[in-house]
Design a protein around this ligand. Sequence first.
Ligand code: CP
Ligand code: NVA
Length: 302
Amino acid sequence: MIRHLLTGREFDRAALEKLIETTASLKAGRGKANQPRPLEGKSIGMIFAKSSTRTRVSFEVGIHELGGQPIYLDESKTQMGRGETIADTARVLSRFLHGIVIRTFRQSDVEGLAQYGSIPIVNALTDDYHPCQAFADLFTIWERKGKLEGLKMAYLGDGASNMANSLMMACKLAGMTFAIGAPEEFRPRQAIMDENLGPGKVEWTTDPAAAMKDADFVYTDVWVSMGFEKESRERMKILDPYRLDMKMLGYAKPDVKVMHCLPAHRGEEITDEVMESEHSIVFDEAENRLHMHKAILCTLFQ
Ligand code: CP
Ligand code: NVA
């Protein structure tokens, strides 16, 4: 029984396969009769300390569709924003709510909620991880290819970001190759590269064209993640050679698919032309957040 989704490490290979199956079934069944309602009579808190469009809306809609009530909490307007501790907040909210979805800065805060509370906790993005997005992305890939094992994803840009960390972990678990094209300054985290999470392979090169070679999927994300705005100028300069434009796309397989967690900063990490090209699957990818979030909740509340 999986209790929380804090980093993604809670899911082994079999649990991932089940999660993808559940997502497919929820997607196919949406709006039809006799859909699962594991959240009937339950209230799920949604604590957000950072901005969100996709994650917030897809969780709110998903919780509603599963029979539950979402309660959105802007962290700055709660007592957490005035210094109430995570430990106290966790114990209080566990008396009211049946689960919490949280987007915040520190990973330790998400883990603290799980440690001190007594209800399931879902990480909806921290500075370190974005597991909901990475699992939804695996589903999008599986939907296109009917498999995950043996496929190659190239990732260009900030190799140390929450997305890079979570995709690296997800690709390892799924048996994919994750090839990171990132500069020395934003190299992938060694501890996650070395971690034994599954049969997939991780490669890191500072040459973006080399990372793109033979890629089935290419992924990019903003160069300045939320919370890192002070580093904007430096990041723009260092990451400029890692922009995903049509020329860069040409180094991958001819039928390569382009993925981006969104929001995109068009003209920075990705060009308009690539976003609008026939290679782009970014909006299908965004839609799948809803189906995957429902599957995650079904898993935690079965
Ligand atoms: N990809 C993603 O998490 O989007 P939001 O920031 O809009 O939730
Ligand atoms: N890396 C980005 C992802 C946004 C969904 C950020 O943290 O801002």
